[in-house]
Design a protein around this ligand. Sequence first.
Ligand code: ZN
Length: 280
Amino acid sequence: MNCAICGNKLKIFRSYKVNKVRLDYIRRICIDCVKKLGITKIDSETKQSLLLSHIEDLKRLIENKEKFSTRIQLERASVEKENEIQIKNEQEEKFKDVKNEFTIHGSIYSNVFLRDDNKQILLTKNNQNWYKIFKYSELETFERNIDEDVSYKTNKKHGITRAIAGNAIAGPVGAIIGSGTAKSNSVENHRIKSITFSIRFTSGYLYTIIFSGIDSQIKIADSLYLHLNGIISSNQRDNKKTIMSNNNELNNLTKLKELLDDGVITEEEFTAKKKQILGI
Ligand SMILES: [Zn+2]
């Protein structure tokens, strides 16, 4: 172990005593550096302010041959603490505003807020100021896992949506959603313990939310399922459109190249048109 200030090796097995307080417990500062800081006794106040000071500041004090002052360090620490509180309050305020906007303009599914008007997703966590905002277009896929109590049989229908008829779901998303349909009959007879959603975004970010098996939660989870499905279908339609328009652009470019090769248009005309098509 080395001294945090000078980097010299600390002799850990020997206690460094200044007024019977072990300094290596405080901050791993060697006795030489403590002396250089002008500290002659370590009382509780000194100990506390040493703990609160930044190593960089202590280094600077030694470099400038200044003495360590308990009062200055404590004052600084209290200012820092005030700043921290202020930042935290600002974050809380910001979070409240964001949440409020989504509450007014969107749909709330526990900690997930979906805004159709500007196509944004707000993710939050229980009792925390944590949040993340994504665009609908960033929603890549989601998985819904229904945990059932198979030993419990009931005639009550919970009405969980299994698959969406007439919905053009293709690819990996379809596979995930489709997998739920197989046991649709069995599920109706069992009590649901919980419903877990794993929501993945194009950045690779994965968000998980769990709903309990009580009726009101199942209802919310089902609405979330439908809403997310709608977004994914819409994203897929948009992707298709993009691919088609890309294909059109490619066709146009191919035709242009033919015109250039046949000498119908000049090189400049070709380049200008190409830039226009590619939007560059
Ligand atoms: Zn040192």
